[in-house]
Ligand binder design. Structure first.
Ligand SMILES: *Cc1c(COP(=O)(O)O)cnc(C)c1O
Length: 464
């Protein structure tokens, strides 16, 4: 019999929920994010068996403690198998060796070429399972900096009990990113281009969700990286990585190109669950709010800069709140910081909190020049083609003054997804796959709306 793990809000003013409700709820009613009451520990004995297991088997072991009796072991296994059957590599997230102490963890083998597929393919199967069981339907609302939207649309396009509305910042994502979303023609898919930044899109979603009765009456749910199930799925590949490398007695660093802090938070949770990770590097591009936070304690919003790694062109890093809660265990403190941020655009962390964060995290920011140079150099020296986000991760890890025996950079997107940037830097286009070539020829469907929550909400109301 499974114990029914409970989830509570980082702001402490919402009722506790069980797993099934948490995945449909998204943001908590008090504005906080849901976290499980404890981090389940995996025993060393269990971990030592992982080297002989498939990705799917490891996923079952890692995810299972977060799920309750609403889903049987067999159903969970079934959902995992279906989710990863759409990946084009048997290892699901293979490691690519650069040299004896540097690896890339390739997270782009899903249908839309970015790591978002790892969680989204699972979530659509999971939600489809629960919806069928209860014979109900759902409206999904999400904001995307380019990759979440595609992963979500691709994964839900055949689930007819769901309508999906995805906001992206108009003209601020790559053409291939956009085409992965807008070329999918299905009656239940709505692509909305908002004349603003990704943060604007995220704010519109937050505003619509803050209207509790609208949310309830319309069966609305979010699939942004604040959704607990997304974080949960991403924990798996940290365990997978360590299971495939000989790490005993070695110091291990993971470097993660970071925007909304979901992917790297999953690494922190893996560590809390018992995985030997020495350091997590928060790799940022010129949108370096988290790098500045770790340096000065000052979490200060600035204007979003457009870079060649648009999926991390973010100032509001939502999942950072989960880390602040986990470290402080103090919902009053989290409330205080979040209301300061809302009011003044800044909060300052205490030295104690900063020190605790730095026990597990470091952070280095990478300029556009450095991204370009990294892509060229890794191609010339190792014949490996990085996408700009992966290049941010790799270059950022290189700035770390401490030595680690193993440095693993999360390769979060396929280079073809950012081909306009990559083509300029290397002499060939061999990396542009047939799939992407076909995509470029396909017709698109989207609506362009003003940066205004009411306008967006009206459109959604009229179409759901
Ligand atoms: C979403 C995304 C990121 C950032 O992940 P977060 O969980 O938001 O920090 C990095 N790289 C790519 C390619 C992405 O799509």
């Amino acid at each position: 019999m499974k114990n029914n793990i409970k989830y509570s809000s980082t702001r402490g003013k919402s009722v506790e929920l069980l797993f099934k409700d948490v995945i449909f709820e998204g943001l908590a009613p008090d504005g906080g994010l849901y976290v499980p009451e404890t981090w389940p520990k995996l025993e060393k004995k269990t971990l030592s068996r992982f080297s002989g297991m498939s990705y799917q088997q490891i996923a079952f072991e890692v995810i299972s403690p977060y799920i309750d009796s609403s889903l049987s072991d067999d159903d969970l296994k079934n959902i995992i198998d279906k989710a990863y059957s759409s990946f084009d590599h048997p290892e699901i997230t293979p490691l690519n060796k650069i040299n004896d102490n540097k690896y890339l963890l390739e997270l782009f083998h899903g249908p839309t070429y970015a790591f978002k597929d790892v969680a989204m393919q699972f979530i659509s199967q999971l939600m489809g399972f629960y919806l069928k069981q209860e014979d109900r339907s759902l409206n999904i609302l999400g904001a995307t900096s380019g990759d979440t939207g595609a992963a979500a649309i691709e994964s839900f396009k055949n689930i007819k009990s769901v309508k999906i509305f995805i906001l992206h910042p108009y003209n601020k994502i790559s053409e291939v990113q956009r085409k992965f979303m807008t070329t999918i023609k299905s009656d239940n898919v709505f692509n909305i281009a908002v004349k603003g930044s990704f943060d604007d899109c995220q704010n519109i979603i937050k505003q619509i969700f803050s209207d509790q009765s609208y949310k309830k009456n319309n069966n609305l749910t979010a699939i942004n990286s604040i959704n607990w199930a997304r974080i949960m799925c991403q924990i798996v590949y940290y365990f997978y990585t360590i299971s495939r490398l000989k790490t005993t007695g070695k110091r291990v660093l993971f470097s993660v190109p970071t925007g909304n802090f979901g992917d790297i938070l999953a690494g922190y949770i893996a560590l809390k669950m018992g995985l030997d990770i020495d350091m997590l590097n928060i790799a940022t591009n010129e949108n370096d709010i988290l790098t500045r936070t770790l340096t000065s304690g000052e979490h200060e919003l600035r204007k979003v800069k457009e870079t060649t790694s648009p999926s991390i062109d973010i100032q509001i890093s939502s999942n950072f709140e989960r880390l602040l809660f986990d470290i402080s265990k103090d919902t009053e403190y989290v409330n205080k910081l979040m209301s300061e941020l809302k009011k003044t655009g800044t909060y300052t962390l205490s030295n104690d909190i900063i020190d605790q964060i730095k026990n597990h995290f470091c952070s280095y920011s990478v300029s556009e020049d450095e991204v370009n140079r990294t892509i060229s150099e890794i191609y010339e020296n190792h014949n490996i083609i990085l996408d700009p986000h992966t290049a941010v991760g790799f270059a950022s890890a290189g700035k770390c003054p401490e030595n680690y025996d193993l440095s693993i950079t999360l390769s979060t997107a396929h280079p073809a997804k950012f081909k306009d940037t990559v083509e300029k830097l290397i002499s060939n286009d061999s990396f542009v796959t047939e799939k992407v070539k076909k995509l470029m020829q396909s017709d698109e469907q989207m609506i362009i709306l003003e940066n205004n929550a009411t306008v967006v909400q009206d459109f959604i109301s009229n179409n759901m």
